[in-house]
Design a binder for this molecule. Sequence first.
Ligand code: HEM
Ligand code: NAG
Ligand code: NAG
Ligand code: NAG
Ligand code: NAG
Ligand code: NAG
Length: 342
Amino acid sequence: MHTLTCTTKIISKSTCKQKMSQFSVVLLIGLMMCGACSAQLSPTFYATSCPNVSSIVLGVVQQARQSDARLGAKIIRAHFHDCFVDGCDGSVLLDNDTANGIVTERTALPNLSLDVSAVADIKTALESVCPGVVSCADILALASQILVALDGGPTWQVPLGRRDSRTANLAGANANIPLASNGFTEVQRKFTVQGLDSTDLVALSGAHTFGKAQCVTFRNRLYNFSGDGNPDPTLDPTLLQSLRQSCPQNTGDSNLSDLDPTTPNGFDNNYFTNLQNNRGLLQSDQELFSTTGADTVAIVNRFAGSQTQFFDTFGDSMIKMGNISPLTGTNGEIRTTCNRIN
Ligand code: HEM
Ligand SMILES: *[C@@H]1O[C@H](CO)[C@@H](O)[C@H](O)[C@H]1NC(C)=O
Ligand SMILES: *[C@@H]1O[C@H](CO)[C@@H](O)[C@H](O)[C@H]1NC(C)=O
Ligand SMILES: *[C@@H]1O[C@H](CO)[C@@H](O)[C@H](O)[C@H]1NC(C)=O
Ligand SMILES: *[C@@H]1O[C@H](CO)[C@@H](O)[C@H](O)[C@H]1NC(C)=O
Ligand SMILES: *[C@@H]1O[C@H](CO)[C@@H](O)[C@H](O)[C@H]1NC(C)=O
């Protein structure tokens, strides 16, 4: 802790006292804000309690992704949906549980194909080595990083030490998680509410460099975008034709298309060059580049021009997203099973 003394000759004693009280106020505000700044999370949180946590998670996901190339996309999306609803607390993983008054967040409108089934295998492996130690919220954060790296993306030091919620918040999921059709201003607002700025918005949207989306999430762009019977003018005509094949006008709601048609399973910066070429899949993707005057345009161009800048920023923004209101200390619990409270 800092100490201040009034021995300097440059400032008078009364000025010094004033400065000290100003300093205390700053310190106090700083401490109060630490509820949100999550100083308690640390990459070495499990260094003594579960030193092999990373290699255990790695072992399970390496195996699982051999039969599911989409695993990284599924897990990082689940982490995002977790963090945007009352913080990164594993709430998205809870199933319906009437006895405990829990209604799963995964019936929310933005759920669609959210698939969290791999988390159970990771948890089982961890419980057999360090029972009751590693939270489900941390599993999502750590597995996201490991899978992004396995798919060719960056590495970053994942702050750990989150605890798991004893509640879920379906209304929060419907209110907070952006929809593809929300429009740029609304998507940006939903990030701002979480303390994430335009750089975070663009970098994190870059997670759409892998994974798939259902026809129902972008069909309006293909047939009748503004109610005038025409497709979205910011959609490349060649991509439009191929998307119409897999996403018919009146059927096939759950047909899947690649979010990044250039390199569907790899984590790279092609997502951003796609946007420059009107080849973003979701309205929310393309609008980062096609919204006139938006501060995101320059950021898209920067990441399209430098994969290194994208990767560095992506890691920073993942840490920021992962720091949203975690439960720490004696709050919450370490779930034994990720889909239900203890
Ligand atoms: C910017 C606002 C965002 C919107 C509107 C949005 C919307 C969507 C939609 C509609 C889908 C398709 C879901 C489906 O059809 O089942 C999707 C998939 C996906 N999203 Fe986002 N998303 C956003 C931000 C993010 C962020 C911040 C991340 C992670 C950091 C992320 C990661 C993913 C991934 C990886 C997939 C593919 C999942 C899979 O293949 O199963 N998204 N997103
Ligand atoms: C834990 O990690 C150490 C060092 O990386 C390794 O030698 C050991 O085999 C690991 N143990 C388990 C159970 O994975
Ligand atoms: C969970 O409960 C909600 C509300 O009762 C219900 O609408 C939903 O269908 C249930 N979901 C599952 C997977 O059981
Ligand atoms: C979320 O969506 C997936 C895919 O559509 C579905 O299988 C799952 O049951 C949904 N979850 C809930 C709780 O409704
Ligand atoms: C497009 O949408 C508008 C408004 O919903 C509707 O009135 C119109 O009939 C639609 N046109 C076509 C070709 O589907
Ligand atoms: C999409 O869905 C329709 C109707 O369900 C189906 O006939 C079509 O074969 C699907 N297309 C692809 C590429 O999956």
